[in-house]
Design a binder for this molecule. Structure first.
Ligand SMILES: Nc1ncnc2c1ncn2[C@@H]1O[C@H](COP(=O)(O)OP(=O)(O)O)[C@@H](O)[C@H]1O
Ligand SMILES: [Mg+2]
Length: 139
C-alpha cells in the first residue's frame, strides 16, 4: 500500500498519470472510493490524459463511459446511482474484466463483490485547503 498526503490538484493529476503510464498496455481494474467531491473523477481525468484521452466527464448519469485509446481501452464507470446489485448486470462489466482493459470504477465500495475483483483500490480523503490524502492498495 502506498499513501500520499496533502496532494493538491496538480499533484493528484500527476499521481493518476503515473499510475496510467505504469499500467498502459495492460489490463487493470481500479476501484475509486471516497465521498462526493473527493476527486475520483478528477483522478480519472489525469489518468486518461496520460493515455491521450481528453474528454472525461462525470458518468454519474450515464454510469459507463467507454474510451478507446491506441494501446489501452479505458472504461469509466460510476456506481453512484446504482441501488441494487442486479443493476450491475446491464453494465456489461463482467465482459470487460481481464481483457487488457483499463477499468476505473467510482463508488466501487457500494458493491463489495466488485471491490474484491479490483486489482487496485484508490481511496480519496478530503483535507482542508483543497488537498487530498490518497492511498493506493494493490489486491
Ligand atoms: N487536491 C485536489 N484533488 C482533487 N480535486 C480537487 C483538489 N482540490 C480541489 N479539487 C476539486 O474538487 C473537485 C473534485 O470533484 P470530482 O473529481 O468530481 O469528485 P468525485 O468524482 O470524487 O465526486 C473538483 O472540482 C476539483 O477541481
Ligand atoms: Mg465523480
Amino acid at each position: 500500500m502506498a499513501s500520499y498526503k496533502n496532494l493538491d490538484l496538480k499533484q493528484l493529476h500527476r499521481l493518476a498519470a503515473a499510475l496510467a503510464l505504469t499500467l498502459k498496455g495492460r489490463g487493470a481494474t481500479i476501484g475509486l472510493t471516497g465521498t462526493l467531491g473527493a476527486g475520483k473523477t478528477t483522478f480519472v481525468q489525469g489518468f486518461a490524459k496520460a493515455l491521450g484521452i481528453k474528454k472525461i466527464s462525470s458518468p454519474t448519469f450515464v454510469i459507463r463511459h467507454d474510451h478507446r485509446a491506441r494501446r489501452s481501452n479505458l472504461y469509466h464507470l460510476d456506481f453512484y446511482r446504482l441501488t441494487k446489485a442486479s443493476q450491475l448486470k446491464n453494465l456489461g462489466l463482467m465482459e470487460l474484466l481481464g481483457r487488457n482493459n483499463l477499468i476505473l470504477i467510482e463508488w466501487v465500495e457500494k458493491f463489495s463483490k466488485i471491490e474484491k475483483l479490483c486489482d487496485i483500490v484508490v481511496t480519496f480523503k478530503i483535507k482542508p485547503g483543497n488537498v487530498r490524502d490518497i492511498t493506493i492498495k494493490a489486491n
